[in-house]
Ligand binder design. Structure first.
Ligand SMILES: [Zn+2]
Ligand SMILES: [Zn+2]
Length: 948
């Protein structure tokens, strides 16, 4: 017969977790759980690849907790859940780390001091630097992943899949080179995509807000007033834009005149003296003096007023200063109107040499210098500071600028309707993301700028003929005479030239590499090496049933997965997605090194255990909200959930060992069990159904909270009310039923909890089921039919108890003092339920049908003696605990008292003996006894005890 292993009531969850982690490793539990489901239908999960060139942080626990939850759940439901790990290895995150390590910055240093070959070699090395930390971190939080077969975006196989993807888009005429204004990082010297742009917005950024006079050529006393927050664009000014239909006015200030929109009078410094009114159309064509000579074209006409469709009167002056190359609308307008333009700022974000006054200054450094210069020349009307939302480089934190340059684009706008349609058929949790954050993003879709003027990335596989500009895209290494072992990165790939089919000229690769988000968005097929390899496997595992990441990925990975798979396969690559909020500090502030509120994951694991951190994430708030994570919240999770759970478990094991309980013994039929058992099993069945239902719907919060409530019921009601059934010395059917019920509940709860809290559940389950891991078990099914009548009766009983206890409290009567009766409202309860209420309230009888709860507060001598006997029992139990006795130890008890206490002990001696496992109970002190003098209900008593 199975003997349960002894359970330490003062468990250390972190220690227990580390032991189990080792055990899983030794036994290969993860692999066993996969082998067990081999050949079964798949549940497909895609891992969003992290960049492993920095240590994992607390926010990395969050998405992994949810990923792991569903991997385990679906495995228990009989699916084969491959959990292929992946690593994002390219791009700016890696390059910037290497630049920092080398203490260099910028392209000149990379190309001329380090060299691209060495730079990329260092990038490659840096990618592996923290992989071991990440694997250890994942194991510590029980995130099961297959690292042995992980995909790496830097392999030739992966790169070729990405090339293939781009070439397929090329075939559909969706790839083009464009001269466009893009968000641009001057430090990284590369344009960024709109999804990268969206990753780096900051609020309340101070910037200059300046109003500039543009003096009319034929009337220098009159100026058109224009406004900007980017003074550095003023040397590049080529036009002023107005709206034909907006009302403008001319006002007199001193001996000068100003023109601006009537709706924007509030920007004036003096009360307006209007001298003339006009429409925007009246201004069109007026020429003005250029602020600087640098943007004066050698050919063509600039510096005059033009009409445009983007002018508004919501801010500024109703006149838009136009610098062709530093604004999306500006460039379009100048191209339409044929206004010539040239760059005043170079790719490094510094003014070009011919812009003499500011040459070599970075645009942000130049802002105050330009403002001073304009002020000196009487062209500054006023200067203020404004706080606004402004984008920064998502990797290096440099303020971005808008900058026109040649770059490569994917025409996603042409497939906007399909993107929206595919998004609409995707199940988003929370649902509002689908039409909200994600839907809005797709509605405002712009073409994907996917080329980066950088070094460490998948090279853009486009070659251009030097002779005739013919373009060619390459979709595999073989196509350009390379084998699979060749390193396809820069600078090697740059040396590969091709012969032009048209003119036999030399074709050279374009210098750019690809947006690293294109790599990760290609993982559904690229992780298999598709289409050259893994065709069957890809088809079997596309699309994913489930992915999960934080909400910022709506514009990152969630978008690139959707965009790429829509363009290639006309469907989304994921069916269900859980979109998580962020981990913040207890005050709701984002964690940052400068605030000093960063939580080290190992600190959390060592102090609370990873199960507690996971449980906190599952239960503390609805999905999509932020997680206010800190010591207090995690401590509460341990104290309010894990410790009560462990106490229930340890209670069971302690008594089951004493009584040699054997779960294999014949079961007492449920209908013949005590009402508490029937109630608990009914609750348990409801719990199983609702946890499964919630997880099937990708709504894990309520299931986890229900498990918590069930453990509350188990601990604060079932075990509390059933203790005596386990304590009694005779082994009857009722005792067997109690054991069978509690065993069933604990075993089922550990199964239900396995996906959520993999360590604690496994520790319990192994002990309850002859050493088998819960992660090799099936998900439980309801054990008995639900019994709504019993649940309703018990709910009423608990309400009655609550009301009765409140009445006792109001009358200042301890529960240990028996009372004659209580009257409760409502219909009579079945006797077995009423008995529980009587016992819990310590009353001799209950009557029903009363208008309100009424307690009989008369204490007869009989009741008083019984109450004192209970006090004596409690005092002896305390002594037993202090003496360190085991629950099953029998004792001899002696007492020394007088008056009522002696009478109480004599009258209720048998009761006291059986409650305290006293073999004898006799008067008089004895030195051989471990004794203590104390006060009970205002009277002196000495109680001593000795182990039998
Ligand atoms: Zn940057
Ligand atoms: Zn050619």
């Amino acid at each position: 017969m199975r003997v349960f292993e002894k359970v330490d009531q003062r468990v250390s969850f972190p220690e227990l977790e580390v032991q189990l982690m080792k055990r899983w490793k030794d036994e290969g539990t993860f692999q066993q759980s996969l082998d067990l489901r081999e050949g079964r239908p798949r549940f497909v999960f895609y891992e969003g690849p992290p960049t492993a060139n920095g240590k994992p942080a607390t926010h990395h626990i969050l998405a992994r907790a949810f990923k792991d939850l569903f991997g385990r759940y679906k495995t228990m439901r009989g699916f084969y859940v491959e959990r292929k790990a992946g690593w994002d290895t390219h791009g700016l995150p890696v390059e910037i780390e290497v630049e920092k390590k080398l203490n260099i910055s910028g392209k000149f240093a990379i190309e001329n001091e380090i060299g691209v070959e060495r730079f990329n070699e260092l990038c490659r090395q840096s990618v592996y630097e923290y992989v071991e930390d990440w694997v250890a971190f994942s194991e510590r939080m029980a995130f099961w992943q297959d690292y042995e077969h992980a995909y790496w975006t830097l392999t030739s196989e992966y790169i070729q899949s990405v090339w293939w993807a781009l070439s397929e888009m090329w075939k559909q005429n969706l790839v083009y080179k464009g001269f466009r204004v893009a968000p641009y990082c001057s430090r990284c010297a590369t344009p960024l995509s709109s999804h990268e742009l969206s990753l780096g917005y900051r609020d309340n950024v101070p910037d200059p807000s300046v109003y500039i006079r543009f003096r009319l050529k034929n009337d220098p006393k009159t100026s058109i007033l224009a406004w900007t927050t980017t003074p550095w664009t003023l040397p590049g000014n080529v036009a002023l834009a107005v709206d034909n239909d907006i009302d403008y006015i001319k006002v007199k200030e001193g001996d000068e005149y100003l023109i601006l929109a009537e709706a924007r009078l509030t920007v004036l410094q003096e009360p307006p003296q209007v001298v003339e009114r006009m429409k925007g159309s009246d201004l069109v064509g007026l020429e003005y003096e250029p602020l600087y000579p640098y943007s004066v074209p050698e050919e063509g006409k600039a510096h005059y007023v033009v009409d445009a469709d983007f002018v508004s009167t919501e801010e500024g002056t109703g006149v838009v200063h136009t610098s062709a190359l530093y604004g999306v609308d500006d460039l379009r307008l100048c191209q339409e109107k044929g206004i010539p333009f040239k760059h005043t700022v170079g790719l490094d974000g510094k003014f070009l040499p011919y812009v003499e006054k500011f040459a070599g200054l970075h645009v942000k450094e130049a802002d105050p210098v330009i403002i001073d210069d304009l002020k000196d020349r009487g062209l500054l009307y006023k200067a203020e500071t404004t706080l606004h939302t402004y984008p920064f480089c998502w990797r290096c934190g440099t303020p971005l600028i808008y900058y026109a340059l040649d770059a490569w684009y994917i025409r996603t706008t042409e497939r906007k309707e399909q993107l929206l349609a595919n998004n609409n058929t995707t199940h988003w949790v929370p649902d509002h993301i689908r039409t909200g954050r994600m839907g809005d993003w797709l509605e405002n879709n712009i073409d994907w700028q996917f080329s980066r003027s950088r070094y460490w990335g998948t090279p853009v596989p486009i070659w251009i003929c030097e002779g005739c500009d013919e373009q060619r895209i390459v979709s595999s290494a073989a196509e350009i005479g390379l084998d699979d072992k060749a390193d396809l990165h820069r600078p090697y790939i740059d040396a590969v030239t091709l012969e032009c089919e048209k003119c036999e000229g030399v074709m050279k690769r374009v210098p750019e590499v690809m947006d690293t988000w294109f790599d990760s968005g290609s993982m559904p097929f690229a992780q298999r090496g598709y289409p050259r390899n893994g065709k069957e496997l890809f088809e079997e595992t596309f699309p994913a049933d489930f992915i999960s990441e934080a909400v910022d990925q709506t514009r990152g990975w969630f978008y690139t997965l959707l965009a790429i798979s829509t363009l290639l396969f006309n469907q989304n690559s994921y069916r269900n997605v859980i979109c998580l909020g962020h981990v913040v500090d207890p005050k709701g502030k984002k964690a940052s090194k400068s605030r000093g509120n960063v939580l080290d994951p190992n600190y959390l694991f060592d102090n609370f255990g990873s199960d507690a951190v996971r449980w906190y994430f599952y239960t503390s708030t609805q999905i999509g909200e932020n997680y206010r994570t800190g010591d207090a919240a995690l401590k509460e999770t341990v104290q309010q959930f894990f410790i009560p759970l462990w106490n229930c478990y340890s209670f069971f094991v302690t008594y089951a060992r004493l009584d040699n309980f054997d779960p294999a013994q014949p079961q007492v039929p449920v209908r013949e069990r005590h009402v508490l058992d029937r109630w608990l099993l009914s609750k348990l069945s409801g719990l199983v159904a609702s946890v499964a239902g919630g997880l099937d719907a990708y709504e894990p919060v309520e299931p986890a909270r229900r498990i918590h409530r069930f453990v509350d019921d188990l601990s604060n009601w079932y075990i509390r009310r059933s203790r005596r059934r386990f304590w009694k010395s005779q082994s009857d059917r009722d005792k067997a039923a109690a054991y069978q019920t509690l065993y069933q509940a604990l075993r089922t709860v550990s199964e239900l909890m396995a996906p959520f809290a993999p360590f604690v559940s496994d520790a319990m389950y192994r002990n309850l089921s002859e050493g088998k891991s819960v992660h090799l078990a099936d998900f439980p099914v309801p054990v008995a039919p639900e019994d709504p009548q019993v649940e309703a009766d018990m709910a009423r009983a608990r309400q009655g108890v609550e009301a009765g206890l409140a009445a006792r409290d109001a009358a200042r009567l301890k529960v240990r003092q028996p009372l004659a009766s209580i009257a409760l409202p409502g219909d009579p309860m079945p006797e077995e339920i009423a008995a529980i209420v009587r016992d819990e309230l310590n009353v001799k009888s209950i009557t029903f049908g009363a208008p309100e709860v009424k307690l009989d507060t008369v204490i007869t001598e009989e009741l008083k003696l019984e109450g004192l006997a209970r006090e004596v029992v409690r005092a002896i139990q305390d002594r037993r605990k202090k003496a360190g006795l085991n629950v099953e130890d029998r004792i001899h008890t002696r007492y020394d008292a007088d008056g009522m206490l002696v009478r109480a002990i004599e009258r209720h001696g048998d009761y006291i003996k059986s409650e305290t496992l006293s073999v004898t109970l006799s008067p008089g002190r004895d030195d051989g006894f471990d004794g203590e003098q104390m006060m009970l209900e205002g009277e002196q008593i000495w109680i001593g005890l000795k182990r039998n």
